[in-house]
Unconditional design. Structure first.
Length: 505
């Protein structure tokens, strides 16, 4: 935060002259001309907290509009804030590599480093050859007592780092998370005046240094103009072990949790590796057996179940025929969307995916899970066609969109998906609770899906609750409590029986 010193009239003239070009005083924030000099305010360029002097050399003219928005920021901080907002105003997730490209230019980061390892009386050393340098940088090598992985510490020029991310979704990537504007901004301001407590964690693979932990603090420093980053670099470590370590750190021991979509992908990725190992063991195979296999390897039952669930979720979300993806916030960042992957987990997935682990032989299980996967995609597509396509449009905010907003309000979504489960169970003739728990874990013929679509159309098009102008409706549907909203539905005569075609509203 800066300390304001209002310049006197004489000082104002000097400041204005210093910032005049083509006959106009220029706003120091973005250099636009200020047409009316009565609209000029004055602000610190560098804040007092960063040893900015309280002199007119550290004051600059700012237009009235920008001065209102600056608040307690210095001009440099405010300018950086506007640039950062513009950087994140992009439909694609932003990562460390995007900042490196802005600061250094395309293809000018992630440069290779040649290395040599040798032994001496004092232990192992690594020689690093940067660019055209003949003389290498020589550093001591250390060994992790738990894993025996070798590593070294270095203050590294930023053109030699790259984010540990593969846009093609390769199995060896460790850092798929995008940057968050809020977190990056806080670290940007913090690291202007505070030291970095721990280095960024990287790995050296094929002469490239890939950064997989500390992306935000590294990006914040680079955004602030730093040319070097403190790094701890592992040499060709086991990627699977590092993934597990990184995942645990952001899950059970997390400071900042992974986005749900990223967490699902990572668990699913680990599932594939562990499942392959499990399949190669002797004996019958099942989900229950897989959980036992993982627990015996030292994982918790919760971790094992997360792997299975995430693999199921991932296979549904990545299905090319899944129409709902366009309405999921993490999959489409071009507009406000009605769904998140977390909300799907709490509603559609919770009600229509059979909870693992199943003690069914793998050959039968594969067929059943594939039926289930296709059935969930089919159901989500019907829901999308009947309640979102040509209806969800935040820009127009017309009557169709307002109905869709009510349908996908937090409590409403939880309530009607639970009711829809009961409706579909009735259509399929599932009266035993054990069978209802495996509701879509079966082949379902098209004639049954026609009936399901008809009931969904009735739910969304024929009940007056979605078009009722009363604010009471919106207030109740937004309550993030399934029991509350189902009771409200009942008061409005929206019940399972009504959806099935019985009497009611």
């Amino acid at each position: 935060m800066g300390i304001h010193r209002e310049p006197n009239e004489s000082e104002k003239r000097i400041i204005n002259e210093q910032h005049t070009r083509e006959g106009k005083v220029r706003c120091f924030v973005n250099d636009h001309p200020i047409d009316n000099e009565s609209e000029i305010d004055y602000h610190h360029i560098k804040p007092f907290s960063q040893r900015g002097p309280t002199e007119i050399s550290n004051l600059a003219p700012v237009c009235r509009e920008h001065h209102k928005r600056i608040g307690t920021l210095s001009i440099l901080e405010f300018r950086a804030r506007l640039e950062m907002e513009d950087f994140f105003n992009n439909p694609e997730p932003r990562r460390l590599d995007d900042i490196l490209e802005i600061k250094l230019g395309s293809g000018k980061y992630g440069k290779p480093i040649n290395t040599e390892i040798s032994s001496s009386r004092d232990g192992e050393q690594i020689r690093l050859f940067f660019g055209d340098r003949v003389n290498p940088v020589v550093l001591p090598l250390f060994k992790c007592p738990s894993t025996s992985y070798k590593y070294f510490y270095i203050i590294l020029q930023i053109e030699y780092i790259k984010n540990d991310y593969d846009p093609k979704g390769g199995r060896d990537q460790i850092q798929p998370r995008p940057l968050e504007m809020k977190r990056l901004w806080k670290l940007y301001r913090h690291l202007f005046t505070h030291t970095q407590l721990s280095p960024a964690i990287c790995r050296l693979v094929n002469n490239k240094i890939l950064l997989f932990d500390g992306q935000h603090k590294s990006a914040a420093q680079i955004w602030a103009g730093r040319k070097e980053i403190e790094c701890k670099v592992y040499i060709n470590p086991n990627v699977k072990v590092l993934k597990e370590t990184n995942l645990t750190a952001h899950y059970e021991l997390r400071q900042m949790a992974f986005f749900t979509s990223v967490l699902i992908n990572k668990w699913a990725d680990l599932f594939k590796e562990e499942w392959q190992e499990y399949i190669e063991t002797k004996g019958e195979k099942s989900e229950a057996g897989f959980v036992t296999f993982l627990v015996e390897k030292g994982k918790s039952k919760a971790e094992a179940l997360n792997m299975i669930r995430s693999n199921i979720y991932d296979s549904i979300l990545d299905d090319k025929e899944n129409l709902v993806s366009d309405y999921i916030a993490e999959r489409n960042r071009t507009r406000k969307n009605p769904l998140t992957i977390n909300s799907l987990k709490q509603t559609i997935f919770k009600n229509f995916i059979t909870h693992p682990p199943l003690d069914i032989d793998i050959e039968e299980l594969d067929e059943l899970r594939e039926f289930e996967r296709k059935n969930v995609v089919k159901l989500m597509n019907i829901l999308t066609q009947e309640s979102l396509e040509n209806k969800w449009n935040p820009d127009t905010n017309d009557s169709w969109h307002r109905v869709a907003e009510r349908i996908y309000a937090a409590g409403s979504l939880k309530a009607w998906t639970g009711m829809l489960r009961d409706v579909i169970a009735q259509i399929l003739g599932l009266y035993d609770e054990q069978e209802r728990r495996k509701i879509l874990l079966r082949e379902i013929h098209e004639d049954k899906w026609d009936i399901v679509r008809g009931r969904i159309k009735r739910l969304f098009e024929e009940h007056k609750i979605w078009t009722d102008p009363s604010p009471e409706v919106d207030n109740n549907l937004r309550v993030n409590n399934e029991t509350h909203v189902r009771e409200f539905f009942k008061q409005k005569e929206l019940t399972v029986n009504w959806i099935l075609g019985g009497s009611g509203a």
